[in-house]
Design a binder for this molecule. Structure first.
Ligand code: HEM
Length: 239
């Protein structure tokens, strides 16, 4: 937990420096509230030409976002957008390394990558679980969840439900429809869903153009853990 806290603080400090720098650029006469060291990643000459700049100028119901709001949103986007994608990609490559026939099919027909991403998201479900609090009494399969109860959702097991997915343990890149909930569902469904899909399709497509044929290093046993779920080490070999 100490390491997690320290990493979070570093991340907040990084965005804090970026915000100070942007504020100075937007209003050069105003003194910065913190260090104004040039930050890696600051892109242009205008404070408003990217997401951070947009958040600084945004209004919600007539109110500007506070510095704390912007820091929290920036931190959430890093937290929600980075490990989720990296872990999903690792799980997918680990799976394809063990399915040479499917891999050869994808290499021969790259148009199948879009369906493969959906099916591997369903099958691997790297973001396995989340929490909800019931706002009213809810009945699910004869069980009542009372208003106010916080409960644990397991999206990954829903993605293997035979009532929703015929032959759920088969990986079928042509599965249609594929109503998986690897991005959650409802009001809080993943905000980055389109970006994540594009990143996964692009990464898999490009990787397989360069390295179409690979396998797990002989003798290596995959170990999965974490939240999001990922592989602890993925040694691959290729010719
Ligand atoms: C393969 C990659 C990703 C997976 C598997 C994934 C999965 C999820 C899941 C399961 C949730 C919870 C949904 C719920 O509570 O119903 C979520 C929420 C969220 N995701 Fe993603 N995500 C991915 C990539 C991204 C990216 C790239 C971004 C943005 C850059 C992002 C931003 C968010 C945000 C902001 C939320 C919170 C939404 C809310 O509470 O309203 N995610 N994601």
């Amino acid at each position: 937990m100490a390491a997690v806290r320290a990493a979070s603080e570093r991340c907040y400090a990084y965005f804090g420096r970026l915000l100070d720098e942007r504020a100075v650029r937007a209003e050069p006469d105003r003194p910065a509230t913190g260090g104004s060291t040039a930050s890696p990643g600051s892109s242009g000459t205008e404070p408003g030409d990217d997401l951070i700049g947009w958040l600084m100028a945004a209004e919600v119901e007539g109110e500007r976002l506070t510095r704390e709001n912007i820091l929290d949103i920036s931190y959430l986007l890093i937290l929600a957008g980075l490990d989720t994608f990296a872990s999903s990609l690792a799980c997918m490559i680990a799976r394809l390394a063990r399915l040479p026939e499917l891999r050869r099919r994808l290499v021969a027909e790259p148009d199948l990558f879009a369906g493969a991403v959906e099916e591997l998201l369903r099958f691997e479900s790297p973001v396995q679980t989340g929490f909800r609090t019931a706002t009213t009494d809810v009945e699910i399969a004869g069980e009542v969840i009372a208003a106010g109860t916080t409960f644990f959702l397991c999206w990954s097991s829903a993605n293997l439900d035979p009532a929703a997915f015929p032959d759920p343990l088969a990986i079928d890149v042509a599965r249609r429809p594929n109503p998986h909930i690897a991005f959650g569902n409802g009001f809080h469904r993943c905000l980055g869903i389109h970006l994540a899909r594009m990143e996964l399709r692009t990464a898999l497509d490009q990787l397989h153009r360069r390295i179409p044929d690979y396998a797990l290093k002989p003798g290596h046993e995959l170990v999965f853990s974490g939240k999001p779920r990922t592989v602890n080490g993925l040694p691959l070999v290729w010719a």
